[in-house]
Design a protein around this ligand. Structure first.
Ligand SMILES: NC(=O)c1ccc[n+]([C@@H]2O[C@H](COP(=O)([O-])OP(=O)(O)OC[C@H]3O[C@@H](n4cnc5c(N)ncnc54)[C@H](O)[C@@H]3O)[C@@H](O)[C@H]2O)c1
Length: 349
């Protein structure tokens, strides 16, 4: 337990959504975050509540979010629900007096993002954070600290990618109708990383292009399985993004930051572990297969930081994670990339 959480009452958390990622968050909160107590969980699906009965330490189970919000012994809600529900669920949580952690993105719709920010301003005593977990990955955090210490001079360019191992099952094709497309689903992380590492500059113009290399089913949603983009920021800062759903080798998420006195590479070669195979094909290592394998530690640090931040009280209530305003900017830029992809034109913000 760190100094912020020592002696404080444990934060009573209710997790909402027990799907692919919600189960992971729930297990972290139940067993690996000392300042937290997972007291409630919510899913409309009986099979997911059955999983919770088996896997979690007896949380109160709800099939309706409103009932979880009415639970007076829940201090904070942890939203891991479909992106289209985030904005209203955050507003409802704040109105019920709960702190909120919500998975990215805040919303696919900019007006909805603005509505959440306006509502959150009415509850300054409540913490609301969006889950851009890459900020909590030890290597990204070290890169951030080195930039802050001046190691590469003034940073002015970020090259960043989120690329997934090819999924022949086509989960993301089925998900395409509600994901917002490759830039809002994947590149939104790189956008947040670029703004975070470059000192939160405001974006001024973007251009995006894409290709369908393997997954023809994406065309009906106006989506692509490989996308590239350029983003210009105020003050002469730049970012280049690449997103892919079709990598052969694994989830390969990495970034590079270029400054006036040097550069940093963060996470190149997504090693699964420290084993190298020496054989007739040469020397190689296996890679992290999925985003969760790559960022397992980041999800855990993110949860601990949120809990410590809430428990730190008003004076130390400095958000280590992405604020609602950061998340709004990520959606603004992600939406512009999607518009550019579809129009073939640069978009001025
Ligand atoms: N940070 C990351 O890298 C990362 C990675 C994957 C997913 N995500 C985000 O996490 C969120 C969930 O993604 P997922 O892959 O786990 O999706 P999923 O479809 O597997 O899970 C969604 C969950 O929400 C539940 N749900 C649906 N409607 C609900 C409602 N009205 N009330 C309460 N629960 C409801 C479903 O039962 C399910 O448990 C998405 O917003 C996604 O963008 C983030």
């Amino acid at each position: 337990m760190n100094t912020a959480t020592a002696g404080a009452r444990r934060l009573r958390v209710g997790v909402v959504g027990l799907g692919r990622l919600g189960k992971r968050h729930a297990e972290n909160l139940a067993y690996r975050v000392p300042g937290a107590e997972l007291v409630a969980a919510c899913s409309p699906l009986e099979e997911e509540r059955a999983w919770a009965r088996e896997a979690l330490p007896e949380p109160r189970l709800y099939d309706d979010y409103a009932d979880l919000l009415a639970d007076r012994e829940v201090d904070a809600v942890w939203l891991v629900t479909p992106s289209s529900l985030h904005a209203q669920q955050i507003v409802d949580a704040l109105r019920a007096g709960k702190h909120v952690f919500c998975e990215k993105p805040l919303s696919l719709d900019l007006a909805e993002c603005e509505r959440v920010l306006a509502e959150a301003a009415r509850y300054p005593q409540l913490q609301a954070t969006i889950g851009f977990m890459r900020r909590f990955d030890p290597s990204y955090k070290d890169g951030f600290d080195k930039i802050a210490a001046g190691t590469i001079g003034r940073p002015f360019l970020v090259r960043s990618q989120t690329t997934d191992k090819n999924d022949t099952d086509g989960f993301f094709v089925r998900f395409a109708a509600t994901s917002g497309g490759i830039f809002l689903d994947c590149t939104v992380h790189d956008i947040d990383v670029a703004r975070w590492l470059l000192g939160k500059p405001r974006a001024t113009r973007v251009f995006a292009a894409g290709a369908v290399a393997l997954h023809e089913g994406l065309r009906e949603f106006g989506d692509v399985d490989n996308g590239v983009a350029i983003c210009e920021f105020e003050g002469g800062k730049l970012a280049m993004f690449y997103a892919s759903r079709t990598q052969a080798h694994g989830n390969d998420t990495h970034s590079e930051v270029i400054g006036t006195a040097g550069a940093l590479g963060i996470g190149h070669n997504p090693r699964a572990n420290r084993v190298e195979i020496y054989d007739a094909a040469g020397i190689r290592n296996e890679c992290t297969p999925s985003f969760f394998d790559r960022f397992e530690e980041a999800f855990l640090h993110e949860a601990r930081a949120f809990v410590a931040s809430v428990q730190g009280g008003a004076e130390s209530n400095v958000q280590a994670g992405a604020t609602l305003a950061d998340a709004l900017e990520a959606t603004r830029i992600g939406n512009a990339l999607r518009e550019s992809l579809q129009s073939g034109q640069a978009v001025t913000l």
